[in-house]
Write a protein that binds this ligand. Structure first.
Ligand code: F6R
Length: 618
């Protein structure tokens, strides 16, 4: 939520900031702004409601040439999206400007105290309070900005990633973080530094990145070596990492939207995800995951797995539970991270808590694993963003390696997560001796064929586009699946509601008759996931129940299935596969369906209203 960019160096900062904000727009897009500091105590502040392109337009004819600047793209938490609430926020004297990602939970108390000291506020934001607080603390400390930031942050409760500049000092950029991510890019010979919420806006300028840790403050001075200090203990050493980011993944590659590109990326990125992990010799397959090799004892002897995650990652977790219980015979629970973190969870020896997260920055998931770690659980991460906060909090884990996911609606991350969960369950099942040899080989072989099978589903894109037109008239729809495909029903419904704004419910198909069946009429599309696996006959009975109430059925079926076709308004075919791998195929037509419905409704597919890609607030 919210993206931050900063630059100090020898080039005009404005184009670098705008370019960086565009890469971070997935984190929020209800307003954007920047502050450019040039010599002679000049600071230009620009703000625009809506997209970064509006800010770009607004700044186009200005001659702000300062080589120090900070910028922000906002996802509103305190105060409506408006220019006044947009960042940067400037202190009362006009000297200090700040951009912020996170929430200052005690901002109301701090605001009241500052008001008593004569400070007035223009916006409804917690960030303006922080700007004034920094100014107040700096003034109290003889005007020293660094000690002002340090003292102000010690008074704040909550989460922050901030960048601060002072109109009177064009040579200093200050950054700090607690529970919200921040990366610093180091240019050649310390001639320039880049700051951003993640590495994507930095990677085209430098691969040398330092990730700030919680309660660290960075002093970035022109031409000097980067200094980092802990808010409480002073100067700390830091590690410079080399990031390996495929920059071609950061553009649409000829597709009209990131979401469509990422759906079509799946065959390639799933191969990347399996590369070097699934090995074959003479028709014999084996899976090698370094996390399982290195932590075999703990994982093999695990008494219970608890998967914590949110949204789409939670749906992948539901499949993970089935995989781990099936192949490893280990009791597995799946919890919403936002609930789990506040539960009186009992952690016992042998408990492994598994965080699944695409961004690696989801605040609830991060807090859930911190809580579990404190209570003694081993933490396993299934994360996409390398070096992210969640990845760094885990004891071990497996990256999904599917490249950056930019479209707000998660697609390739889901199939990447399920692929990793499958490999993990098989590797662990093998190590525990709980998986049948023949099944182990068969599932791994079939898993390597999944990318080609997804490719054949993608060829139905035009057909699914036609089917999508029917859905544009719907106000509600129901997604029903059973067994391995039940989480796919949930995921299909989530995709539909988040980008098409059509109310969609995912349900276990047999549960329908305990309530949702009352909704069925000839106006509500009912999507069945009816691939040819266990419970197939039972799904057909559930379909009969819908037909008897004049429901219109759209189904995901296994290629060549005539029985279900006869019962449906339309079918979307997927190639045959093993039951445990069915979700990897049956989710694809549902991703395409939601995409085309949103496009047909002329909605903003990549940036749906009210959402942000990375939910770094509670
Ligand atoms: C849905 C979606 C969200 C995320 C959720 C968790 O399309 O993208 O539901 O899955 O916010 O995010 P991560 O996986 O980054 O922790």
């Amino acid at each position: 939520m919210c993206g931050i960019v900063g630059y100090i160096g020898d080039k005009p900062s404005l184009p670098i900031l705008i370019n960086g904000l565009k890469k971070l727009e997935y984190r929020g897009y209800d307003s954007a702004g920047c502050a450019i500091v040039s010599g002679n105590e000049r600071m230009e502040v620009y703000k625009a409601k809506g997209k970064v392109s509006n800010l770009e337009e607004k700044t186009q004819n200005d001659d702000a040439c300062g080589t120090l600047g900070i910028a922000h793209t906002r996802w509103a938490t305190h105060g409506i999206p408006s220019e006044i609430n947009a960042h940067p926020h400037v202190s009362q004297s006009g000297n200090i400007a700040i951009v912020h990602n996170g929430i200052i939970e005690n901002y109301a108390v701090l605001k009241e105290q500052l008001e008593k000291k004569g400070y007035t506020f223009k916006s409804e934001t917690d960030t303006e309070v922080l700007a004034q607080l920094i100014e107040y603390a700096a003034t109290e400390g003889n005007g020293d900005l660094v000690s002002g930031v340090r003292r102000a942050l010690k008074l704040c409760i909550g989460a922050y990633a901030i960048a601060v500049v002072d109109r009177r000092n064009p040579d200093l950029l200050i950054a700090a973080r607690k529970a919200s991510p921040l990366a610093i890019g180091i240019g050649e010979n310390n001639e320039e530094f880049f700051l951003a919420s993640d590495a994507s806006p930095i990677a085209e300028y430098t691969r040398k990145i330092v990730y700030l840790n919680d309660e660290e403050l960075a002093l970035i001075e022109r031409g000097k070596e980067l200094r980092i200090e802990n808010l409480h203990t002073g100067s700390v050493d830091y590690e410079i990492k080399e990031v390996d980011l495929d920059l071609s993944m950061l553009d649409k590659g000829g597709f009209p939207h990131f979401m469509l590109k990422e759906i079509f990326d799946q065959p390639t990125v799933l191969k990347d995800c399996m590369r070097g992990r699934i090995l074959e010799k003479d028709g014999k397959y084996r899976v090698v995951l370094s996390a399982v090799e290195q932590h075999k004892d703990i994982l093999v002897n695990a008494k219970r797995f608890t998967i914590v995650s949110c949204g789409t990652s939670w749906h992948a977790g539901l499949i993970g539970k089935q995989l781990i219980e099936h192949f490893c015979k280990i009791h597995t629970e799946v919890a919403y991270a936002s609930e789990y973190r506040y539960n009186d969870t009992v952690i016992e020896p042998g408990d492994v808590v598994m965080a699944i997260s695409q961004s690696g920055e989801t605040a609830d998931t991060l807090a859930a694993i911190e809580m579990a770690k404190e209570k003694g659980a081993t933490i396993f991460g299934i994360v996409n963003s390398v070096g992210s906060s969640i990845a760094r909090q885990t004891d071990t884990g497996t990256y999904i390696h599917i490249g950056p996911e930019i479209g707000v609606a998660s697609t390739k991350a889901f199939t990447g997560q399920v692929t990793v969960l499958t490999m993990l369950a098989l590797a662990l099942g093998k190590a525990r001796g709980t998986v049948d040899e023949q099944e182990y080989n068969e599932v791994l072989r079939e898993l390597t064929l999944i990318p080609e099978k997804i490719q054949t589903i993608l060829q139905q894109n035009d057909k699914i586009k036609d089917i999508a037109r029917i859905f544009t008239y719907a106000h509600n729809c129901l997604y029903l699946g059973r067994g391995w495909n039940y989480p796919v029903a949930l995921e299909g419904a989530l995709k539909m509601k988040e980008i098409s704004y059509i109310h969609a419910e995912g349900y276990p198909a047999a549960e329908m008759k305990h309530g949702p069946i009352a909704l069925i009429d000839d106006e509500m599309p009912v999507v069945f996931i009816a691939t040819h696996h266990q419970l197939y006959q039972k799904i057909i009975s559930n379909m009969q129940e819908v037909l008897s109430r004049r429901g219109r059925i759209f189904a995901i079926v296994t290629e060549g299935d005539e029985q279900v076709r006869k019962m449906c308004a339309e079918v979307m075919e997927v190639p045959a596969t093993l039951a445990c791998l069915a979700p990897l195929l049956s989710v694809i037509p549902l991703q395409l369906l939601s995409y085309h419905v949103a496009v047909a409704k002329q909605l903003n597919v990549d940036q749906p209203r009210n959402l942000a890609k990375s939910v770094t607030v509670e």
